[in-house]
Design a protein around this ligand. Structure first.
Ligand SMILES: [Zn+2]
Length: 332
């Protein structure tokens, strides 16, 4: 358990998840693996779907994020934003209730003081219970934002979400929305950036972050970032070769999206089999350094996240993370 000052990297990873099956249900993992099975079958390779799902689930045992912190230390990542999607409304095989998942994320914050911020997920169709729970997350656990997962079957402009956006305005915390395709048993069409336009206009005090903008609707995300003062985007998922061949989506986003709106993110644990966090950071910097000058790179690697997540709401219960580590230590 390190204090932020012990890590000199200064990088912020703005998009990760706790690698634990307590928060990620089997049906979600299975929905992703069906595409691998389809590919194997096409290639005439025997595909064992259940076995692949078993193996993926066995990898989801970092319940307290200790392994993630080890890899952050190794990579020079000072702090990370943990996103907790609420799958409990649409996927009914979750191990825990969303309230239990909130509590466990509160404990992760305590265990690794200064190393995480949490954006908490609630499915708006849980109604008033979800609103009460989300506010408790902000007040009692010190969470710093709302994570929405439209592929579960709702859109960013759904009126059910407006009370949540009002709460985010009151607490001065951002909203992050998954964009584009995901597990094959969920809806893709609901997760389009266009649905964020109206809430971004109606809630100018709330910052909206479009996730996976280097691989899904890259031009639309860059356009919204350029013209809506309160719309941001993260690059998580840039490692996925099929949707970002040769880093093209990423370099396109970095060229056309304004640097003061873009956030570095790895989407741990999705790509943990491919490389350690240090490797993903290097991969990103390889492309980013070709496109961005030093000051712009600093914005993307750290400063935009500090502006968005710096505790400034009423009764901030998390330690102040600014000024604890210099930019100078960013791995070369
Ligand atoms: Zn993610």
């Amino acid at each position: 358990m390190g204090e932020p000052g012990q890590v000199r990297g200064g990088v912020v990873d703005a998009h990760c998840h706790a690698a634990s099956r307590r928060f990620i249900p089997r049906s979600f993992v299975d929905g992703g693996i069906r595409n691998i099975v389809a590919m194997h079958e096409a290639l005439g390779v025997p595909a064992h779907r259940e076995r692949l799902v078993d193996r993926a689930m066995e990898n989801l045992e970092d319940h307290d994020c200790d392994e993630l912190v080890r890899q952050m230390d190794e990579a020079g990542i000072e702090w990370t934003v943990l996103l907790l999607p609420d799958f409990t409304y649409c996927l009914r095989d979750c191990e825990l209730t969303i309230a239990e998942m909130f509590e466990l994320h509160g404990r992760i914050l305590e265990r690794h003081a200064g190393r995480f911020q949490v954006m908490a997920g609630v499915d708006p169709r849980w109604g008033q219970d979800a609103l009460v729970l989300f506010e408790r997350g902000l007040k009692e656990y010190g969470f710093r934002g709302l994570k929405l997962y439209p592929p579960c079957g709702y859109r960013a402009d759904d009126r059910l979400l407006y009370p949540f956006y009002e709460l985010c305005a009151e607490w001065n915390v951002p909203v992050l929305l998954h964009m584009g395709p995901t597990a094959s048993n969920l809806s893709f069409e609901d997760a389009r950036p266009g649905f964020v336009d109206e809430p971004a206009r109606l809630f100018p005090a709330v910052n909206f972050i479009l996730a996976h903008a280097a691989t899904a609707y890259v031009d639309e995300c860059a356009m919204l970032c350029a013209f809506r003062p309160n719309v941001y985007a993260d690059v998580s998922g840039f490692q996925e070769g099929s949707r970002n061949p040769g880093g093209q989506g990423l370099s396109h986003l970095l060229r056309f999206g304004p640097a003061h709106k873009l956030l570095f993110g790895t989407d741990w644990p999705v790509f943990r089999e491919d490389a350690r966090q240090a490797g993903h950071l290097e991969l990103f910097l390889g492309t980013a350094r070709e496109v961005l000058a030093g000051p712009s790179l600093k914005l993307v690697m750290r400063e935009n996240a500090v502006r968005l997540f710096l505790p400034r709401g009423p009764r901030p219960s998390r330690p102040d993370l600014t000024g604890s580590a210099g930019w100078a230590g960013l791995p070369k």
